[in-house]
Ligand binder design. Structure first.
Ligand code: C2O
Length: 550
């Protein structure tokens, strides 16, 4: 193992998209940002220097951060933001993970432009459990606003309404030919016939699950959230914000000189405004060098077929196809017994409109989003710091409810009349190594919707999922405790539930939230405190000396 050094200069850069030039916050002037490349077991050291007016923090999404919680990155959870002119060095080791993850800003809506891939290769002389690809290509899905995204969310929070939808989706920062004024900004994947390519797909967009497909080509899924899975073939895949998926693309033998369209657009079951537009890229077979034609065969390209925008059946079936390898080399360490059971409702709600303000949310209220009816309020100092130095007073409480305060029919078509939420900075404390089960139940309050729930500091096993209300007497009998998929982000089915399990073996303060940025802003988030164990390698060390101050 070696140490990989990176320097991230956070600075503004003018970028032109959709015939619109704007100044965006970038790393080293790049959009999307640079890739972090390391091998399993390597140490990664990233010096982040903030040259912009905004406060900044960077999260290494999906990196387990074993005993390095100070480097996790969510602002006001594990660290105070890096202020203008300040530097913070993130320092962590990649333990027991290999595959694709990504990094992104974790403060306000800055991740709209601050994101890039994390590529973790297997250890030296260790091969993939699938055929060695000819080339590996990172493909990041993103979302583009012509307006400044900080203004978009600030305005939404002030009016209590939903934010304006984005102007386009992107592949590697490019919108593609289906938008006005963006044909020249098209992602092109040039391939040779008869080869295997590894596509490292990352959904870094802000608010949308995406369907993705390449016309006339099947994809073989081999990995999810930097964990190998039992390979399976699909023509269409679904990827939620926060999820990463590695797929093999086998190119055809007899297709020199032709092009195919690839496309991504949202899966959406909620109500209200949303962006249903399509980003597209081009798969282009290289012309053989002896070819006489000088031009690539021209359009029309065949478009891939994608499911209906609200196809929940496809979503559930697709999610059910993922299984861990669960073999001798890559065992699935699923907790077989559970010490702490939790039942969390996740969904929308509303909060009263502040005096002297007009709110545009439901019935003149503000939109809110909750776990167990608690809309999480970010503190003004970092939770991890407050916990570590025993200064929780006035920062957080540890009375997060382990189930909804009163049961109701979560998924009925006639949801509760009372949609008003409570606010708080409430956490759950777990002793070291507790085996945990969390059932995440979607609610139909203000509309059933799939919520991509992301847990920091851990992978979890997805042991069960279903539609309707979770039944504690019947559903656990069908849990898969043998080869469930292991990941860090899972879509709670729209109008349904999902059950996850993990061992709380990493001390620190760990954020859990919906990876739709708008729901995160509205409060669909909470945090766990995992206490130190007794052994030295079960304790969180003190913060680094350059740790930012609030
Ligand atoms: Cu990718 Cu807390 O997020």
């Amino acid at each position: 193992p070696i140490t990989r050094h990176y320097k991230f200069d956070i600075r503004l850069q003018n970028v032109t998209r959709l015939c619109h030039t704007k100044s965006i916050v970038t790393v080293n002037g790049k959009f999307p940002g640079p890739a972090i490349i390391a091998r399993e077991g390597d140490r990664v050291v990233v010096e982040v220097v903030n040259h912009v007016k905004n406060n900044v923090s960077i999260h290494w999404h999906g990196v387990r951060q074993i005993q390095s919680g100070w480097a996790d990155g969510p602002a006001y959870i594990t660290q105070c933001p890096i202020q203008t002119g300040q530097t913070y060095v993130y320092n962590f080791t990649i333990v027991g993970q290999r595959g694709t993850l990504f990094w992104h800003a974790h403060i306000s809506w800055l991740r709209a432009t601050l994101y890039g891939p994390i590529i973790i290769l297997p250890k030296h002389n260790v091969s993939y459990p699938f055929p060695k690809p000819f080339r590996e290509i990172p493909m990041l899905f993103g979302e583009w606003w012509n307006n400044d995204t900080e203004a978009v969310i600030t305005q939404a929070l002030q009016t209590g309404a939903g934010p304006n939808v984005s102007d386009a989706f992107t592949i590697n920062g490019l919108q593609g030919p289906l938008y006005n004024c963006s044909a020249k900004d098209t992602f092109k994947l040039k391939v040779k016939p008869g080869k295997t390519y590894l596509l490292r797909l990352i959904n870094a967009d802000m608010n949308d699950d995406l369907f993705f497909s390449i016309a006339n080509h099947a994809l073989t899924i081999v990995e999810a959230d930097a964990v190998y899975v039992k390979p399976f073939k699909t023509n269409i895949l679904l990827i939620a914000p926060g999820q990463t998926t590695n797929v093999l693309l086998k190119t055809k033998h007899h297709h020199p000189n032709v092009t195919f369209l690839m496309a991504a657009r949202p899966y959406f079951t909620g109500r209200g405004a949303f962006d249903n537009s399509t980003t597209a890229g081009i798969l282009e077979y290289e012309r053989p060098s002896n070819s006489s034609s000088t031009k690539s065969k021209s359009l029309p390209l065949s478009k891939p077929t994608l499911p209906a925008i609200n196809d929940t059946t496809f979503a559930a079936n697709f999610s059910n196809k993922f299984h861990s390898l669960a073999n001798a080399e890559f065992p699935a360490r699923v907790p077989q017994t559970v010490q702490k059971h939790f039942f969390f409702t996740v969904g929308l709600g509303s909060s009263p409109c502040p005096k002297n303000q007009t709110c545009q949310g439901p019935n003149g209220t503000k939109f809110a989003a909750t776990i167990n009816n608690i809309s999480f309020t970010l503190p003004t100092t970092a939770l991890l710091q407050a916990y570590f130095f025993g200064k929780s007073n006035g920062v957080y409480t540890t009375d997060f409810p382990s189930s909804p305060l009163f049961p109701f029919n979560y998924t009925s078509n006639n949801p509760l009349n009372n949609t008003v939420v409570s606010n708080g900075t409430k956490l759950i404390v777990l002793p070291f190594n507790t085996s945990v089960e969390v059932v995440l139940q979607d609610t139909s309050i203000l509309g059933a919707e799939s919520h991509p729930l992301h847990l920091h500091g851990y992978n979890f096993f997805v042991v069960g999922q279903g539609f309707g209300n979770f039944d504690p007497n019947r559903d656990p009998a069908n849990f898969n405790l043998v080869d469930p998929v292991e990941r860090n982000t899972i879509g709670v089915p729209s109008g349904g539930w999902v059950a996850i399990r993990f061992h709380a073996d990493n001390p620190g303060v760990w954020f859990m939230h919906c990876h739709f940025e708008v729901h995160l802003s509205w409060g669909l988030k909470m945090a766990w405190i995992v206490l130190d164990g007794k052994l030295p390698n079960q304790k969180l060390p003190p913060p680094p000396s350059d740790f930012p101050k609030c």
